[in-house]
Design a protein around this ligand. Structure first.
Ligand code: KG4
Length: 333
């Protein structure tokens, strides 16, 4: 079954051609250069750039896969959650394709597709436990089946990626902050830069808003006192602190819920320390860990196509009145 997949939930316009778990092409047009000017994603600009890019990106994805429009069996599209204007571009484009080609439309939840990035080039099968960390979400969920999820906890305020991004901006690092903070991080020093340990009611919930504010305040206080901020040290201290919270909760959840397979997903799964720390913790506890290849960590349509395949098998197609949604729980059905 050949799926044309479309992703436009944030600042990457991506179209892929997939066949079950196989990726035939995956084209990503990033808007980073433009949003960099503003230090973050400007939603209105994102929508406009998606509109301009989407037809050309689709043409390239088909050419690279060597597939014609007539060979497409279904169109999968990210419909939620994300920036509403950005999502609408992909959803309407996908609906137009389905109407003209006469093929089914498969709505795909963004976080489900991030998890599905782990199926590409791997033998991973549910059930397993997954930590999904991105710019807008941080959740630990049981993946009972390809389209059945049981969230155990999530962030009560900001996502880990948001915390990295805003701390990076206060440190004077360019957008996208999380990536650049990871690149310049040196050795952590928790005595020099003590950071608070967030408290949450739920054992597997997260809170990164206070940590984000504490880091930004620490930087401003240093500046006000005329002290130099050691950027690589503070970046490493924050990174270590966040990775420790993410790792400890994930391993504790795996043990409590008897999962010997864990997966990592979302944009922050590209973080070098998170990958190493989680790998070491899983090894110590006899847990098998899956992580997406770096090219599938950030937003891309290949993962949408792969999850779309499983949604299709579960009968989750949609009539052409599908709408996009800015928020949507992962277990919406
Ligand atoms: O999944 P994603 O591409 O988009 C969302 O759906 O949010 O995640 C983007 C987030 C941003 O916060 C970005 O700074 C973060 O992932 N990120 C990283 C790294 N690469 C991307 N954070 C830390 N270290 C990285 N290497």
């Amino acid at each position: 079954m050949i799926i044309l997949a479309v992703e436009s939930s944030c600042d990457e316009t991506s179209v892929a051609v997939t066949e079950s778990r196989r990726v035939l092409s995956n084209v990503v047009a990033t808007q980073i250069a433009e949003h960099k000017l503003y230090g973050g994603v400007v939603p209105e600009i994102a929508s406009r750039r998606h509109t301009e890019a989407i037809s050309g990106v689709t043409r390239r994805a088909l050419d690279e896969a060597g597939v014609s429009y007539g060979e497409i069996d279904a169109v999968a599209v990210t419909f939620a959650p994300g920036l509403i204007g950005a999502l609408l571009v992909g959803v309407n484009f996908a609906k137009g394709l389905c109407a003209s080609l006469g093929v089914p439309l498969i709505p795909v939840h963004h976080l489900r597709s991030h998890i599905a990035a782990n199926y590409i080039d791997s033998d991973l099968k549910p059930p397993f436990l997954c930590l999904t960390v991105s710019g807008g979400n941080t959740i630990i969920t049981e993946v009972n089946d390809y389209t059945s999820f049981n969230p155990l906890g999530g962030t009560v305020d900001d996502a880990a990626g948001e915390c990295f991004d805003k701390a990076a901006r206060a440190l004077g690092l360019p957008y996208p902050g999380g990536v650049n903070l990871d690149k310049i991080a040196g050795e952590p020093d928790e005595k020099l830069y003590p950071l608070p340990v967030p408290h949450t009611e739920g054992r597997y919930d997260f809170s990164f808003s206070g940590l984000k504010t504490a880091t930004v305040n620490l930087i401003h206080n240093c500046e006000q006192r005329g002290e130099e901020v050691k950027v690589p040290v503070l970046a490493a201290t924050l990174r270590h602190h966040v990775c420790k919270i993410l790792t400890e909760k994930t391993v504790a959840a795996a043990k409590e819920y008897n999962h010997n397979t864990v997966a990592l997903a979302g944009g922050v799964s590209a973080n070098s320390e998170l990958r190493e720390m989680l790998k070491a913790a899983c090894e110590q506890n006899g847990i098998r860990l899956y992580m997406p290849r770096l090219c599938y960590c950030g937003d891309n349509a290949a993962m949408v196509g792969v999850q779309g395949y499983y949604e299709y098998l579960s009968g989750n197609t949609s009539p052409l009145d599908l709408n996009a949604a800015a928020t949507m729980p992962i277990n919406y059905r």
